[in-house]
Design a protein around this ligand. Sequence first.
Ligand code: FDA
Length: 304
Amino acid sequence: MEEALRSFFLQLAQNKAMNSWAKRYGLRFGANRFVAGETIEAAIETVRQLNRSGIAVTLDHLGEFVADESEARASADYCVKTLDAIHAAGADSSLSLKLTQIGLDISKDLCLENMRMILNRASSHDLWVNIDMEDFARCQVTLDIFRELAASYEKVQTVIQSYLYRSLADVEALTEMGASIRLVKGAYKEPESVAYPDKKDVDASYLKMLDVHLPSSGLTSIATHDENIINYAKRAIAEKNIGKHQYEFQMLYGIRTDLQQSLAKEGYSVRIYVPYGDDWYGYFMRRLAERPANVQFVLKGVLH
Ligand code: FDA
């Protein structure tokens, strides 16, 4: 039943008609539990609150699968605006973005042009930019673009998903080049031909990736709410004497806030992924797919 619901929400996440409906009607159905608001002002207020409790942020102006060039350019401009707002607020935040948001599905050249514009602005503010990982079809091209950009920009990071069979080899190659990476389990609907169908294999693959990257020179962002993995990481950090600048824990806004706070209180670096904007639908559906019990937020939102 859980697997069927997961699959249902991941199918819904790709529904274009529902997405444009959601954009028109604003944050609804309890989505504000996972999304910090529709405006940059609301997002910056959330960043400030988290920063006050000693927690860093990565801000994401929501958007993905853009098929129109002017929309892709407008999205890239929004990323620049977000960097400017972080800088103006003196906030402790990086930027996260998706390549399909800034033109990957239109052309690699357009996407690279937009990425360079964003990274130039990030460099001038001394801020990090993370390239989120999307579905398997876009994995290789995302890594190609990341490698090209990492050759000229220092503060750029990407994401590797432990559910893909290929990921351990990708982590090994990225570790060799000293890259900074965020490790996640993976949030898209992928076939058995490319991704582990069983959760226990996805979790085991995560630990292997962690073992490879944690001792490396690049930053390891341990992005998970899974306490088994977090405790494993804590032990590895202590046993291998991993320096504070080599790793951080990352979690999503609105998920396991208790754990976010307790890790920060224990003195670990914690960074929260805070999404904002009107393109919240696909992101929200993926959060429902991860934990179908979240549907109670939808029901509360409907009845409200
Ligand atoms: P798991 O799914 O096993 O969950 C462990 C526990 O966390 C659950 O038992 C529950 O308590 C809690 N939990 C997890 N999800 C929840 C939810 N939606 N609602 C309520 N509780 C929940 N993916 C991707 O494909 N590309 C990317 O670029 C990113 N980026 C990213 C950044 C950051 C900072 C994080 C934390 C995650 C991502 N992800 C991602 C998402 C990731 O792939 C994965 O889907 C989620 O993190 C859920 O997996 P966990 O590792 O938390 O484990």
